[in-house]
Design a protein around this ligand. Sequence first.
Ligand code: ATP
Ligand code: MG
Length: 419
Amino acid sequence: MIQLIRGFKDILPEETPLWRHIERTATALFEDFGFREIRVPIMEKTDLFARSIGEETDIVEKEMYTFPDRKGDLITLRPEATASIVRSFVQHKLYAQKPVHKLYTIGPMFRRERPQKGRYRQFYQIDAEIFGDGSPYEDAQLIFMLVTLLERLSVTDTSAHINSLGCPACRPDFKAGLQAFLADKGQVLCEDCLRRRENNPLRVLDCKVPACRDAVADAPDLLDYLCDDCRNHFDTVQRALADLGVPFEVDKRLVRGLDYYTRTAFEIQTGALGAQSAVAGGGRYDGLVRALGGPDQPASGFAIGFDRLAEIVAMVQNDLQRPPALFVAALGEACRAAAFDWVCRLAVAGVNAEMSTTERSLKSQMKQAHRLGAPRVLIFGDDEMARGEAMLRDMATKEQQALPLEGIVETLQTILMAK
Ligand code: ATP
Ligand code: MG
């Protein structure tokens, strides 16, 4: 038997109603906030990700699915969606159409990490981006929208963590301060952090190795280094969130290691998932559009881990299965032929009815109806046919009702759609 690739997974029919429920809830909400859907390819030139995510990151260093295509060009299965959306935004000069673009996309991402619960090699993200004017209200709106989505999905036990990463004017001072602080920590830092200390010291702050966490407990605080513009920006984000009644926590360990990530960074964490506590992450990246060949265009966005979200929502919502509205238990070929016609016409009318397409005893058909969870069964055998009727049985109350064959599809439609 051929099995699927390690770290990949199937989303089975019993799970897809939940996935669709999440998708519909998200898209309806996003559209109400003025976001429009964009669909971008799942493969791009490797350079796009190397340049946008940055060489000095886990994703680019060790997680990308990169291979030469048949002509030798290096291509990569996308590890995230922002890079492709920015590429598309620049390539199609969307910025020339109108000043603000709010975009979302939903789809699979690929990262070759160690598979475990909540961590897959193909996983899904719900992604939203605002290409706007750089206002702190854009960040507040993204966070508010995210928190509202979780509320609508009945996900509680979440907390919003926010931080500011400063800007090219003030971050270099912080970097220098942090490097000075880390200078004598060579004994305790992990190997990765020793390298990060030189190239990308901010990333030492979010290392998950316990010794590194201890080592940076007293590290300088980025917020103490913010320039006036960045401080005002962050203050406004916080005030807007407070006004909207969104609880949040300022978390100085929340960083992004890339130069064009600026100002607001945020993450939604949950207690529901054990170690993989981040359901969504995002932030402002005012420098990226320009770095990818576009104009000076501030932008901000987030990505929700769909798989993790689905795992949480599954704990609170398990009534999404849709059983058929009716099972038709037909006995004998003539009755089965009539039943087949009804079942197909009911489907066209928006009513899902099921039947057995092969000969089976009434008992076994009733069992099948029960297993499918059909609330009603229509019994149709020679006796019923002779009387010009079929017997509709309510599976819960066991009450039976004779329906005339004349116009039976319409009659069933009325009865079944009423409920
Ligand atoms: P983590 O710290 O968990 O590795 P990350 O910082 O790599 O997360 P982002 O790149 O910010 O994650 O992606 C946004 C969200 O996508 C995460 O908060 C998480 O919910 C989800 N996610 C990231 N990687 C995976 C994965 N391999 N499998 C499932 N979900 C993932
Ligand atoms: Mg990761």
